[in-house]
Ligand binder design. Structure first.
Ligand code: PEP
Ligand code: MN
Length: 338
C-alpha cells in the first residue's frame, strides 16, 4: 500500500500514520521529498480496510498496490486455469465452448430436442434452471428435482455436461448427482454462506456477476469458493444494471479482457441476460468471442416465444445453429477454435 501525505502534513501526523500502519502489521518505508512524504507499506494489506488510513489527519490519498484477492488473482496461476471435465471437455484453454439450453426446464420433449440440437451445433454444455430465482414470487419457480432428472437424461443421451443453478445450501447435496457445473446466479453472487459451502465441494462452480457488482466484487466473491479449496471456478459476465433502458442489462464486454488480465479463472459471456433481447444475443455473443471469452452461455428453446421464462431473450434452435457457425469464424480470427 502507498499513503501519500498532504504537503502541509506535520511530523506528528506522519508519525501517527506510521504508528497506525505498524499496528495493523504493515512494515513502513518512508520517503520524504522536498514538500511531501510518501509512506510505502508492505504486509497483510489484503485483509486491512484501507479506508481507515484515509481519514487520518494529514493523509491525502491511500492506494492499494496488491490485489485484495489472492487466489483469484492472475499472479496465483499466471498460465491460467483450465477445467477438465470427465468427458474430456476442457474449459479455459484454446477451445471456446457453448453452454446452451432453456432458461427453465419445462418438459422431457423440450430438453431432449434442445440437447440434440445443442450437441449437433457443437455445444458441450446443456443449461437450464430447475430452481429459478424469479423477480416475482408469482412467476414460474422451476420444476426442482424432477427437472434435474429430465436435464440429466437429455444431457446423457447426447454426451453433454449439465449446468444448472443452485439457490441455497440445502439444494447442494440433492443436486450433486445431476450436475456437472453448479451455477450461482447474479442475485446470489454475494450470498457468502452459499459460496463458502460451494468451496467445500469438488465440482466446478459458474459464478455470475451480480446485477450491480464491480469486477473486483465478482473476484472477491470467487475468493470465497477458492479459499475453501474448490479451485474450479468459472466467472460469468451477464450484464449489469446501468441507466440504459433500451436493453434489459448492459452487457459489459470490457469485463471479459479485464477479468482475463486480473484473474486466471475462465470467463463465460451470457449475452441472453446481458441484453434481454433475442435480436441482440448474436451480436453480443460475437463480440464476446472476439473479446476473449472462454465460453458463451445462451438461452435457447424449441419454441422460444412460448418459453416459461425469459422468452424475449431466448433463441430458436435454428438461430443458435447459425450463431455457432458465425462464432467459429470469429474464434479462428482470434487464434482459437470452437
Ligand atoms: C439464468 O441463467 O437463467 C439466470 C437466472 O441468470 P442470472 O442469474 O444471470 O439472472
Ligand atoms: Mn434466464
Amino acid at each position: 500500500m502507498i499513503v501519500a501525505m498532504q504537503e502541509k502534513a506535520t511530523e506528528e501526523q506522519i508519525d501517527a500514520v506510521i504508528d497506525a500502519m505498524t499496528e495493523a502489521g504493515v512494515e513502513v518505508h518512508r520517503t520524504t521529498g522536498e514538500s511531501q512524504t510518501i509512506l510505502a507499506g508492505v504486509g497483510p494489506t489484503a485483509s486491512i480496510d484501507l479506508s481507515k488510513f484515509e481519514i487520518l489527519p494529514g493523509v491525502m490519498r491511500v492506494h492499494r498496490i496488491s490485489s485484495p484477492y489472492k487466489l483469484a488473482g492472475r499472479g496465483w496461476r499466471p498460465e491460467g486455469t483450465v477445467i477438465q471435465f470427465r468427458n474430456g471437455v476442457k474449459l479455459g484453454g484454446e477451445r471456446i465452448h457453448a453452454m446452451a439450453g432453456p432458461c427453465s426446464v419445462e418438459s422431457r420433449e423440450q430438453m431432449l430436442e434442445t440437447a440434440q440440437r445443442v450437441k449437433a451445433a457443437g455445444g458441450a454444455f446443456l443449461r437450464g434452471g430447475a430452481y429459478k430465482p424469479r423477480s416475482s414470487p408469482y412467476s414460474f419457480q422451476g420444476m426442482g428435482i424432477p427437472g434435474l432428472e429430465l436435464m440429466r437424461e437429455a444431457a446423457d443421451a447426447h454426451g453433454l455436461l449439465v449446468v444448472t443453478e443452485v439457490m441455497e445450501i440445502a439444494q447442494i447435496e440433492p443436486m450433486l448427482s445431476y450436475v456437472d457445473v453448479f451455477q450461482v446466479g447474479a442475485r446470489n453472487m454475494q450470498n457468502f454462506n452459499l459460496l463458502r459451502e460451494l468451496g467445500q465441494i469438488r465440482k466446478p462452480v459458474l459464478l455470475k456477476r451480480g446485477i450491480a457488482a464491480t469486477i473486483e466484487e465478482l473476484l472477491l466473491s470467487s475468493e470465497y469458493i477458492l479459499s475453501g479449496g474448490n479451485y474450479e471456478v468459472i466467472l460469468c459476465e451477464r450484464g449489469i444494471r446501468t441507466y440504459e433502458t433500451a436493453t434489459r442489462n448492459t452487457m459489459d464486454i470490457s469485463a471479459i479482457p479485464m477479468v482475463k488480465k486480473l484473474s486466471h479463472l475462465p470467463i463465460v459471456a451470457d449475452p441472453s441476460h446481458g441484453t434481454g433481447r433475442r435480436d441482440m444475443v448474436a451480436p453480443m455473443a460475437r463480440a464476446a468471442v472476439a473479446a476473449g471469452a472462454d465460453a458463451i452461455l445462451v438461452e435457447v428453446h424449441p419454441n422460444a416465444d412460448k418459453a416459461a421464462s425469459d422468452a424475449a431473450q431466448t433463441l430458436y434452435l435454428d438461430q443458435f445453429d447459425q450463431l455457432m457457425k458465425e462464432l467459429r469464424l470469429i474464434a479462428t480470427a482470434v487464434g482459437r477454435t470452437m
